[in-house]
Design a protein around this ligand. Sequence first.
Ligand code: PAF
Length: 291
Amino acid sequence: MKIFSKISDTTSYIRQQKEDGKTIGFVPTMGALHDGHLALMKRAKQENDLLVVSIFVNPIQFNNKSDLDNYPRVLDKDIKLLEEIDTDVLFAPTAGEMYPEEVKKQYDFGALGDVMEGANRPGHFNGVAIVVSKLFNITIPHKAYFGEKDFQQLAIINKLVKIENIDVDIIPCEIVREKDGLAMSSRNARLTTSQREAAPFIYKVLQNAVKYAGKKSVNEIKKWVETQFKDKDEFGLEYFEISDSVDLQPITNWNETETTMGFIVVNMGNIRLIDNIRLFNNFAASNNGNK
Ligand code: PAF
């Protein structure tokens, strides 16, 4: 595996590989790799000649300083995992290399950027978009792989490549879960033993919400989810939203949209856990040609 920390070395190596006819599959990460990341990488390796991974804890996407300070950083361990799956290139820059000057760019993602993570983490998606756009310029991939756990981030990246006319295929990959259902996340490593034992409850609530979807009203399900977390001290429900799967805007009635999803964020102590689930397919809407 080639390990680069400089932008120019990374780009010139990858450009040469492309000139030699190789296809490039790229997986951007912030490190603390887990099986969810490795699933994206294995797929990228299978579908391309070269697997390129980046590890960079991007300071400008954190709206909370303690979340940034506490974000796990385990580069040596990550490098071993990347070697085991035969990664071709690792790009692991410093913040100074990525941001030699203050970045002032402001993206406008419209309504997509105003809900859920956009509303609750001001500046987060702007920071994600800036770094991902830079990483695409540096690694010039044919395909880039993103997990559906961060479903809204995936929608933002799809919009970003349109805004910036970036020539890359964005490949969405299903959420990878622990055996007990907890969505894999680098933040899970910071859960205490008792928090870790309790955490699968989040996915259980989502699964039960699926059972009620289309039978109870949208509002009843939202209320039901809120009640589930109310008396549980270890969980702080930040939001549960029921939204259209394409524009991610909240709905009030199942008939409004074709595919409806549930989006949840729960805080356990100062650890923020995010998850989502497909709730309901409204076949009548698809047949009527509704959105
Ligand atoms: O999903 C992540 O790990 C990050 O938001 C990303 C896409 C690597 C950008 O820093």
